[in-house]
Design a protein around this ligand. Structure first.
Ligand SMILES: Nc1ncnc2c1ncn2[C@@H]1O[C@H](COP(=O)(O)OP(=O)(O)O)[C@@H](O)[C@H]1O
Ligand SMILES: *[C@@H]1O[C@H](CO)[C@@H](O)[C@H](O)[C@H]1NC(C)=O
Length: 376
């Protein structure tokens, strides 16, 4: 009898606590919004509420499911695993529902293998391959508005219906320019990402702050800071166009490096039109072997490219995942490396770069030619 009463009482308490937290979250949210004078569209409020509910539910789940368990017991560790799985599923659902910036951050979280439990990494990794797509007519509207043309038919003789790649911020289409007949890749920003970005970042900052307080061990504020710093750059495709041109000039002496030529006439902050580059992803071993590409040659070229970025220029491509690094044979039968996605570069502090270079040179027991090559 007492046990039953206790269970009922506890369940009530759990419910009361979770309702309380949700209400508090909502109350604090309204206060926060009011204080910060955000003119939220109703959609922004919905995204905010979704985040609040997800965070509230995950937090209460952790707090209550672990309550009274001995941290050294087996039950504790199995419960913890189940909690991670449930938490990850809720975050995944939140990212899918809210889209844009939330997916970007979800992908970011999925790459923190060294920091977060496996359940989060595995569950959120699907965001890398299956980001929600914008519809073709939405995409066309972005191009038309942003490039100020009446219709995409005035620009492209052909525009593929299916995107080549869909990511959190944009998707890429193959197309053919009407005036020159050149084959291009057109990267188009999802229509709602930019208008939502300020509110979404503020939302995220708000809830990460709460989580930071509830679970002081987690420390995820740096993630928000990074998104805050980088996102405006990534959302300006003219910045990407500048980066691409800069890096192409920087590596003019590496003939095998292909960086797609930019068609400035057809670019804006939300549309990037560039040369279409064929190739196989660098991790596509089957294709590489089938076409008899020399793996040593590939390694040497990639090694030289990224070493020069780090040691010589101190200017580094920030997203070198396999989808952005392609290999192909050119018309002379030489192996080319294609580097895509120039949205984000990091600049190394000069004295750090030189120290780091010296460290590596010491490790390599270098000859004089090497030292001469890497000045500093
Ligand atoms: N110039 C290009 N030529 C051919 N395919 C491209 C080109 N640019 C992008 N793609 C394809 O589109 C995908 C996504 O492009 P990317 O610039 O990496 O977008 P995001 O920054 O959103 O990931 C790439 O993985 C590649 O398959
Ligand atoms: C580089 O090395 C110098 C000398 O050892 C040191 O004073 C300096 O702090 C180092 N700089 C960085 C960024 O590591």
């Amino acid at each position: 009898m007492i046990a039953v009463v206790r269970r009922v009482f506890r369940n009530r308490l759990v419910r009361a606590f979770s309702t309380g937290l949700t209400l508090t979250t909502a109350g604090v949210s309204v206060y926060f919004l009011h204080r910060n004078d955000y003119s939220l569209s109703s959609i922004g409020a919905v995204r905010f509420a979704r985040a609040g509910i997800a965070v509230g539910r995950i937090a209460t789940d952790y707090k209550w499911s672990l309550h009274g368990l001995d941290p050294d017991s087996k039950e504790y560790s199995t419960t913890m695993k189940q909690l991670h799985s449930r938490g990850a599923e809720k975050l995944l659902a939140l990212a899918r529902a809210n889209g844009g910036v939330f997916i970007k951050v979800g992908q970011h979280i999925a790459s923190l293998q060294y920091l977060l439990p496996d359940e989060y990494i595995k569950t959120l990794s699907v965001l890398h391959s299956r980001a929600p797509e914008s519809k073709l007519d939405e995409v066309k509207r972005v191009v038309e508005e942003s490039l100020n043309v009446p219709s995409c038919d005035d620009l492209f003789e052909f525009l593929d219906e299916r995107p080549k790649g869909a990511a959190s911020l944009a998707q890429v289409y193959e197309a053919k320019l009407i005036d020159t007949g050149e084959r291009v890749a057109v990267k188009v920003q999802h229509p709602k990402v930019k208008p939502h970005s300020l509110i979404d970042i503020a939302t995220m900052e708000f809830f990460v702050n709460i989580v930071d307080r509830l679970f002081p061990d987690f420390r995820l504020m740096w993630l928000v800071d990074e998104v805050k710093r980088n996102l405006p750059k990534e959302l300006d495709f003219l910045n990407e166009a500048d980066n691409a041109d800069r890096v192409r000039r920087m590596f003019a002496h590496l003939p095998y490096l292909k960086i797609p030529k930019i068609y400035r006439k057809y670019c804006s902050d939300r549309v990037l039109t560039m040369e279409f580059c064929d190739g196989f992803q660098i991790d596509d071993i089957r294709a590489i072997e089938e076409h008899n590409f020399d793996k040593h040659d590939i390694c040497q070229k990639i090694g030289t490219l990224f070493s020069e970025m780090i040691f010589v220029n101190g200017y580094i491509h920030c997203d070198p995942h396999p989808g952005n690094v392609l290999v192909n044979k050119n018309s002379e039968g030489e192996l080319d490396i294609v580097l895509l996605d120039h949205g984000l570069y990091a600049t190394l502090q000069d004295d750090f770069r030189i120290n780091y270079t010296k460290l590596w040179l010491a490790l390599l027991k270098p000859d004089r030619d090497l030292i001469k090559a890497y000045k500093g």
